[in-house]
Design a protein around this ligand. Sequence first.
Ligand SMILES: *Cc1c(COP(=O)(O)O)cnc(C)c1O
Ligand code: SF4
Length: 360
Amino acid sequence: MIPATRKQKNDPAPATVPEWQRELGTAIRDAGELRSMLGLPQDATEDAGFPVRVPRGYVARMRQGDPGDPLLAQVLPSAAEAREVPGFGPDPVGDRAAMIRPGVLHKYHGRVLLVTTGACGIHCRYCFRREFPYADANPRPDDWQAAIDYIAGDDSIEEVILSGGDPLSLSDRKLADLVERIEAVPHVATLRIHTRLPVVLPERVDHALSDWLHGTRLAKIVVLHANHGNEIDACVGTAVEHLRATGAMVLNQTVLLRGVNDDVDAMVELSRRLFAAGVLPYYLHMLDPVRGAAQFEIGSEEARRLMAAVAARLPGYLVPRLVVEQAGRPGKTPLAHDWSGCRDGVTMPTLDQAGGPATP
Ligand SMILES: *Cc1c(COP(=O)(O)O)cnc(C)c1O
Ligand code: SF4
């Protein structure tokens, strides 16, 4: 065992390590430890092929003693992950085929997605990239030049999306450098950041991040990834405030997950809490059929009925668009609400009661 003094000596000077990185360093990496923190019995059948990783602050938002907690369900490995299910494979959305340069995905007109890193602040069991070949995809900082050259060579590209992994798991120095090189391309107008870190580790949105985000000439959109209302606490609210203070628009995308948010009340509450925090819902994604995640699947018929019931209770701007990603399509594919099964107690007036047909 290393004595405490020796360990301290080997640690980098505390002043140079941002608080969020220290927090990340203390994340839970063991299913057994997670279970004991929540007062749950141990389970030896859990499969941890994809390693456990959960920041402590996220664990603090889970309910004690509840094995069905919707936050816990997203991060705790289960025996079901080992099941082979037909249709669930290693590359469900055709990312390997769409990779034009190392780390550059150009599937849709006008926007490219950069896989900036394989690292994340949390490991979500349903992640479509749990099987992604990060080692091949992850450009080292000096390789970003190939991505920049690609963007500079195609003036139809107006928007660059930083994704991953989680792009905000990179240092602010690296991010500031990358953004500086992106904004030097004259035809790029918009910077988008797809990140779950402000939700799972809100300390990530600190002064250093605000500085480079505020400083860019590019229009800015941050798309968060929250799946349940219990994820949105006051600290997340503060992180969103800081993001919006940089001039960024803040949206959210959600994955529809059995046992997490496949319920009208949970969806309605998520939208309400997002709005209260200053965030609008953007997409509700159908699960990508990645190997090991079949236990989270909701069929499209069920999803379309669920979203009809949600839409019956919320203003349109709080209803995320239900979409599915299909390899080879020029954009996400929307799925229409199925109003026929709407059993939510909302009765529509007949044309007579409403005073005759309105002009379209
Ligand atoms: C989802 C996705 C985008 C963004 O699509 P929007 O509909 O603009 O949100 C861009 N590139 C890739 C490769 C994607 O998978
Ligand atoms: S990429 Fe997003 S969904 Fe996947 S593990 Fe990382 S944070 Fe979770």
